[in-house]
Design a protein around this ligand. Structure first.
Ligand code: PHB
Length: 392
């Protein structure tokens, strides 16, 4: 009797724990994403932008994909610091065993991490850094979902030449993406018969823009073309443009980095009427963007703003989830890159695809800053469809 009772209990225990044992065996390890970006210093807002977009994406799409729980690890480069980005990428792949590297607001940081992606065979998704295809050529494991400066700059130069601007002075930040924007503008503008009357490069962080703007104005061009990285630097450029009373005498055209949707209300009325070119506007009219903006507002409140780094992060997260889904959670770098290259994304910015260099192909829009319902927005009025990076 007693023996039978013991056997019965044992059997019951075994039966009850069988599903537990099976589920423990089935349990897949977490899918780890290592995000390297700027979270302190002059470009600290980039970190906030990426993290908010990751949070919104995971709220909307869940924190599990292909049976793996998604874990996101952040590393702060503290600014343009390729050596820190390289070290952090190394630590993320070898100690934390991440499945993907992602993020990268600034070009130098993407450049720093690229050799680690190659050596460790880790897919690396660039969510902002925008120098030429020199970035994606650094590693066969890089895919860029953001944009390239030549890609957004050449259409603006063409638009300027087609719209009565005959002479231009260029003003860019003195680092890779600035040099790329300068070259792309000059090449496309001159090809259309425009004339460059001067070019100047300002320091990347905290420059005093007044003297540069005055020097440009002295050359009496029809317009100044400017690129600086988004955030405080753009705000400073437009403040100097407004404070020095140049707005009435000197036309300014820029890439959309300077009228970043996140900073636009802070920049204020001096931005009104500015013509810029870029790949994403918070005011882009499409069901995908409406969904993206309203997901943001439902998480962060009615005043929340969305911008291009957030849109690219949203798409980059979508890309990693889709790769994981297609590979049933087993991330093989070569297979992941093949899948990414063939992707067609219905992005909040419009249709997105990828070229033979794993670089983003997308619409570029010409926009004007306008006030709508008391807030400033980049209102798109012309589209250059399916633009590729024009190459070296
Ligand atoms: C870059 O460093 O590649 C970069 C950063 C911010 C921008 C554009 C490009 O707004």
């Amino acid at each position: 009797m007693k023996r039978r009772a013991v056997l019965g209990t044992l059997l019951a225990t075994l039966i009850c724990s069988a599903p537990l044992l099976a589920s423990a065996q089935d349990q897949k390890p977490p899918l780890r994403i290592g995000i390297i970006t700027e979270m302190s210093g002059a470009f600290a807002d980039y970190g906030r932008q990426v993290k908010s977009a990751v949070d919104v994406f995971m709220k909307e799409h869940g924190d599990t994909v292909a049976g793996r729980k998604v874990e996101v690890l952040y590393r702060d480069t503290t600014g343009p610091n390729p050596e820190a980005a390289r070290r952090q990428a190394q630590e993320l792949v070898s100690v934390e065993k991440v499945d993907f590297l992602a993020g990268f607001g600034l070009t130098p940081n993407a450049m720093g991490a690229a050799p680690i992606a190659t050596a460790s065979k880790t897919p690396m998704i660039i969510m902002n850094a925008a120098a030429t295809s020199s970035i994606v050529m650094r590693s066969p494991y890089i895919v860029r979902v953001s944009f390239t400066l030549p890609q957004v700059t050449a259409p603006l130069a063409e638009w300027a030449a087609d719209n009565g601007i005959k002479t231009v002075y260029t003003l860019v930040s003195d680092y890779g993406p600035g040099h790329d924007a300068e070259k792309a503008f000059i090449t496309a503008f001159e090809a259309k018969g425009g004339k460059i009357v001067g070019s100047v490069r300002a320091p990347m962080a905290n420059p005093e823009f007044g003297p540069y703007l005055h020097r440009a104005a002295d050359a009496k061009p029809d317009a100044i073309f400017a690129f600086v990285p988004s955030g405080d630097t753009g705000v400073q450029l437009l403040k100097a443009y407004g404070d020095r009373g140049l707005k009435d005498s000197m036309r300014l055209i820029t890439t959309g980095d300077i009228t970043d949707d996140v900073f636009l209300n802070r920049i204020g009325d001096v931005a009104l009427g500015l013509i810029t070119s870029h790949h994403y506007s918070m005011a882009h009219e499409s069901p995908e963007n409406e969904k993206f903006v309203s997901a943001y507002k439902s998480m962060f409140g009615a005043d929340a703003r969305t911008n291009f780094y957030m849109a690219a992060t949203w798409d980059g997260m979508g890309m990693m989830y889709e790769i994981a889904r297609q590979l049933n959670g087993e991330i093989d770098a070569d297979k992941a890159i093949e899948i990414a290259k063939g992707m067609k994304i219905n992005s909040p910015r419009g249709p997105v695809s990828f070229d033979e260099n794993r670089d983003v192909v997308q619409n570029v829009y010409i926009r004007r800053v306008e006030r709508r319902d008391g807030e400033l927005y980049n209102i798109e009025f012309e589209t250059y469809p399916d633009v590729k990076d024009p190459g070296k």
